[in-house]
Design a binder for this molecule. Sequence first.
Ligand SMILES: Cc1cc2nc3c(=O)[nH]c(=O)nc-3n(C[C@H](O)[C@H](O)[C@H](O)COP(=O)(O)OP(=O)(O)OC[C@H]3O[C@@H](n4cnc5c(N)ncnc54)[C@H](O)[C@@H]3O)c2cc1C
Length: 356
Amino acid sequence: MNIKTTQDLEQKTYDVLIIGAGMAGLSAAKVLEAEGLSVALIDKGRGLGGRLATRRMGELRLDHGGQYFTASDVRFQAEVDAWLEAGIVKPWFNTLNFQDGTPDAHPRPRYIPTEAGMTALPKALAQALKADAFLGQRVVKLTQAGQKWQAHLENNTEDGAILEGRQLIVTAPVPQTLALLDASGIALSEAQAHALASVAYAPSIAVMAVSKHGSPVFDYPNGVAFTGKVPVRWLACNVAKYEQASDNQQAFTVHSTPEYAKAHFDDPLEVLQNDLLLAVEDITQIKPSDYETVQTHCWRYALVETPLADPVFALDLPTDFPPCYLAGDSFGTGAKIETAWLSGFETGLLLGAFFK
Ligand SMILES: Cc1cc2nc3c(=O)[nH]c(=O)nc-3n(C[C@H](O)[C@H](O)[C@H](O)COP(=O)(O)OP(=O)(O)OC[C@H]3O[C@@H](n4cnc5c(N)ncnc54)[C@H](O)[C@@H]3O)c2cc1C
């Protein structure tokens, strides 16, 4: 992948513009490149991966978005097998240990990258791509110029920098996609507007906390505690997860329940941190005030609650518009890295066939 800045803009029309360099965007790019098509990925984030997100705190890496992935579809499993073979990912554990004794209804391999941090996976996938990637660039408007799409980027030259493509895939969470289409004056059919408006996401609060040196050992299998303790949904120790070297420092990710995130999304960060760290104090044996560093990320669109069943969503636009597809974890079985990958994969296959 070639990381580009807007200074590098050439008079080039890509075969496909992809908004979003998360799992769906990267998976679509791979399929399209295999068909010999030129691709530009554009993401408002400074790094790759979207909701696969890792933060560095001191020497330690902590995941605050997707924590692991599973594979149930044979096509995704084949891809995962190739990643395993290449040493990019490894199994983490098979069975979740719920603290209230509830058995894991679906024991199966949970995979993580071999290198510390979930973003190691999108980074590895990007290395195999030839695509140009424009990172830290928000698309603020889409226009049509004949049979081309123009993606207008924020904060650039006076009129904004523009990327051109013959086809477009938008992989942003659906509410963000709808806002972009609206800002672009692109009207949807009543049926599609209704379907897309039904896609809902649960928010999530992620607290990342690094303890002081010499803190108590976190003695839970695989470094994970599914607490069932309101308001916490998930507690994992990133030191145990990736076997990161640390002098008895622990590096916790604490995710809230969706209910807590809905009720407290706009609360001050100190309140969120205290609530979540206090709720797990008896597990971590560390008081909220006793951590060395704490950071918080509030995900407005974390987990899809009501996805649309079809992995491919072709926008129903007037015939003089070039094609535009929506992809991502809202299309398919939802709320999973696997769903995002499959949606990107199937959308890529469909577009690839169109160019033949
Ligand atoms: C807290 C949390 C925990 C999770 N846990 C798990 C888990 O354990 N297992 C699992 O399988 N899944 C989990 N998930 C879900 C998983 O992370 C997502 O399903 C998946 O990563 C979605 O990928 P995507 O490509 O569809 O979307 P995203 O990763 O959201 O990618 C979309 C990209 O579009 C970009 N974008 C949006 N609008 C614009 C714009 N206007 N201009 C430019 N770029 C734009 C965004 O910056 C983003 O990078 C979790 C998610 C969260 C948040």
